[in-house]
Design a protein around this ligand. Sequence first.
Ligand code: NAP
Length: 265
Amino acid sequence: MLLQGKKGVVVGVANKRSIAWGIAQAAAREGARLAFTYQGERLKESVEELVKPIEGSILLPLDVTKDDDIKAMAETLKKEFSEIDFLVHAVAFAKPEELDGNFVDTSRDGYALAQDVSAYSLVALTRALLPLMEGRPASIITLSYLGGERVIPNYNVMGVAKAALEMTVRYLAADLGPKGVRVNAISAGPVKTLAAAGIHGFRRMLGQVSSVAPLRRNVTQEEIGDAGVFLLSSMSRGVTGEVIHVDCGYHVIGMFTPEAAPAEG
Ligand code: NAP
């Protein structure tokens, strides 16, 4: 029970395939009490149904681009939880047309929107929730992807947003460390989710990873959940400003030649 007695908020559960849901299930298994958010009435019922079995959980509306929503969420959390020990930030968005074709064609508003939802939201949420975390050994985690470090076909504007997100993690870690709050990212390998379905050629990405990654498979939602628990718990108390790759080792491969690969078995 690595999170026994801890309370946290999970932003980014859309359905049972969401990475945030994998982390939430692992956190609940380890004894955490959770608050979930949903974006818009459209998703309220399905998220409500999904999180119902998680004992003691609460559900709040939140569009991360709306400051009023963020303020209201922080107020409700203060009332319901008094203080919190962690934040899971697992949100990203880009216009579908910007996740196909050439990056050079990215529009001004598409670029700004991707940055706002996928990177700035971590700053805004952290600032609003800091009064509930300050002075506690609290932990904030976010979700990134290799496309923020290297060029991945069709990831385009989202890759630039992930680069900003990873740097945001480092600046926030420096700001918040003296207040006892840690900030880290998980750079996850590809997982079939709603958001991933918007990336042109995503299925091919899954095949490429499973044939080339050192572990010769794709990462699971459960593995990302367990890595999340590590970063949220005191097991990682000496780690902040870090980006941990949970991708079956894919990021270490520079060039892959099947004939040079060690024989399996
Ligand atoms: P997902 O299930 O579709 O989750 C994305 C979440 O972001 C959804 O809950 C979505 O809500 C939410 N969101 C988008 N715009 C929002 C807004 N303005 N306000 C509040 N919430 C908003 O997909 P996922 O793959 O688990 O994504 C979670 C995180 O993991 C993202 O940061 C993603 O980039 C990252 N990641 C994913 C992969 C992968 O292969 N799946 C790999 C590495 C990193 P709505 O559905 O209501 O829009």
